[in-house]
Design a protein. Structure first.
Length: 228
């Protein structure tokens, strides 16, 4: 995706034009809007479509069309006026999670970019999780740390976290990236609201995420959950 795609999107903004209607994929929703712009931005100059994209706009569907979710507990949808983007969001109350049954996440040391919009004041809460915590380097636990920072745990003590906090009670965009050339937590990049972050804590460990727990949002395999 490049400037030609951006130009095409701009020309057809808020119109019903299938050739540039890419969200939710694969068939679009009938209008060129912010959802299409978000997908274009996330895949700028990559030519790839997200493995998973869960908007929580009134359902648990994956707009990439691959990994629809199942709600566990009693998570609720909130309206557009309480969401950051789209027409809604999901609210978790501490014993809920969103699980993609049968999907085991990105494995080994494959490159990955994991992003989420969060709005919370809690600490020690998972955001995205898959893998196995009992295998050295075998899990991917993107979470909020005990001090409210963005943290990645990979198993066996390996971790990296941001110097800045993310549990501000305001909508915050968080992202953790393992680049193509990386295979360790020392290679991981952290972003908050699009800005690359200084790293506040690092405990080196090779990343070799294993196939185990299903991919989930808002909980890990120890039962810890992310309340609003």
């Amino acid at each position: 995706m490049d400037l030609a795609d951006l130009t095409e999107l701009a020309v057809h903004w808020l119109q019903d034009e299938h050739p540039v209607d890419i969200a939710p994929s694969p068939n679009g929703d009938g209008v060129i809007n912010l959802l299409d712009l978000a997908i274009l931005a996330e895949n700028w100059q990559t030519g790839i479509v997200p493995i998973g994209n869960w908007a929580f706009d009134g359902d648990w569907a994956d707009s990439s069309g691959k990994h629809n979710a199942t709600a566990v507990g009693d998570p609720e949808f909130v309206a557009a006026d309480q969401a950051k983007i789209g027409s809604g969001a999901a609210q978790l109350d501490g014993d809920d999670m969103i699980q993609m049954e049968g999907y085991k996440g990105i494995l080994g040391s494959q490159a990955r970019t994991c992003t989420a919009w969060i709005k919370t004041t809690v600490t020690m809460a998972p955001i995205l999780y898959w893998g196995n915590k009992d295998v050295l380097g075998g899990m991917w636990d993107m979470r909020i740390s005990a001090t409210g920072r963005l943290r990645l745990l990979v198993g066996g003590g390996g971790l990296v976290e941001s110097a800045a906090t993310v549990n501000t009670g305001e909508w915050t965009h968080v992202a953790i990236v393992l680049p193509e050339w990386g295979n360790s937590v020392t290679d991981v990049l952290l972003y908050i609201n699009g800005v690359r972050q200084a790293r506040g804590a690092i405990a080196p460990r090779w990343i070799k995420t294993v196939e185990s727990a299903d991919f989930r949002i808002g909980a890990n395999d120890s039962g810890n959950s992310l309340p609003a």
